[in-house]
Design a protein around this ligand. Sequence first.
Ligand code: ME8
Length: 533
Amino acid sequence: MDKKFYITTPIYYPSAAPHLGHAYCSVLADIIRRSKALLGYDTYFLTGLDEHGEKIEKNAAAKGVSPQQFVDHVADTFLSLWKLLGVSYDDFIRTTQKRHVETVQKVFHRFLEQKDVYLSHYKGWYCVHEETFWTDTQVGKEHLCPECGRPVEEKEEETYFFSCQKHLEKLLQYFDENSNFITPSGRKVEMLNNFIKPGLNDLCVTRTSFDWGVHVPDNPKHVVYVWLDALLNYISALGYLQEDDSKFEKYWQDPNTEIVHLVGADITRFHTIYWPMFLDALNLRLPNRIFVHGLMMMKDGKMSKSKGNVVYVEPLVERYGVDAVRYYLASEIIFGQDGQFTPELFVDRVNADLANNLGNLLSRTVSMIGKYFDGVTPSGFKDKGEEDAALSNKIHETIQIYVASINDLKVTEAYHSVMDLLSMGNKYIEVKAPWALAKDESKKEELAACMEHLVKVLHTAATLLRPILITKSDLLEDQLGIPSSYRNFSSLDQDLPSFKVHKGEPLFLRLDAQKENEWLKEMMATPKEKAAA
Ligand code: ME8
């Protein structure tokens, strides 16, 4: 297979249990990966955990356990969440794994040899929570972290620095030549104006004031700065500088592989400025895209444990099912923009799109085929009139929009186009009034064509929605009697033969808005305490 696609999420800090914000990024990565696989790409999906650093060391000490015990425990909560949400990664990297540590040490040694890093002293303000140094101007008079608002600590340490100037020109050239490298493009302007134009300082890449990290082989009192350590996961997981580097050759080095890193806005700087510079120093190709997704906000701002407004995913999935939660994340929040979770929006989405638009169309179609055609889907009838032709065009157009949108990572647009197709299917029933056609023997063929068009709409929707509706797409196709050999993208170009429908349970139950809003509000007000360790 020629076309390859490598997608990653950030590796999260296992400093506390994951919440809906982390789930957002991983579910979207999973949906993109499944969508690309549907379109025929050979895909590889990496996620994992960023387990080193001062924050983890401090959190573990506070719990009276070793850092390794601490991260092992939290890692389990991430793994079970991804299982629950159907996040089907190919590899789960943990930066404490030997394979990763070895790659980081080899890279550091090479940087030293090449004089990309040099030893000096650092004096500045450090935010332990963000694991980031800031300048006097950035922390202001109050000495607060500009990212999270927490107090910063003044630190002076002997450290190694990564020399940025050498790589800057190439980076800017890459920005210019690859207009999609940073998406949405506003983020590129932000990086240029806020960080590059004011003058980029060399980056401090080791610490000596704590121990929980990868030790510099040539000077072991230093541990590698958590960001250099973390960013390297994207290639260490593929086997870079390891005995078996076949995945690295396939999914990184091969120019036919499209490489996409999904990141939140909070970590754009590291991914768009320093990561490309590290890669340049290693003489490796740069990723095709850094896609900056928006944040999942609550009414009172960013979801965070310290604000006590965290939505935990398990109770949501338990009550509404994994498909509804995945659908909400992909459709309500425009990919690339911030979005909100509110009980009202959640219930509306499930009812309007899944229960009504999709679910009703299915149950009406299956019932009518049962009633008018003894449960056998009509086949071989072409467009009979204007409405049929318009619906056939819409199917065709939806597939085209879907492919173009997925390839451009416009995930929300891709899935909204499927909902538009379903809306048109529902309107088509009203216009065609099959119940009237059924009363007129001379309209039998028109009625058959009508049912066939509806089956085609539903099969198209089930196929295109499959990356989101990981359980219900199959139930939908089961009700239409469509065998598994047709449950793929290439079947969308074919005429379908006849199948025997099976009336089943409603795909999505209509939610009682008042009752569910109350339940959700209560759940959010008293989130189940999920202490990290
Ligand atoms: O920054 N809405 O880890 P992290 C949407 N270890 N996405 C959210 C979110 C929210 N409310 N909260 C978190 C780190 N995220 C580093 C990354 S990568 C080499 C190292 C997502 O645990 C979002 O993708 O703080 C964000 O960028 C990421 O989690 C930060 O995770």
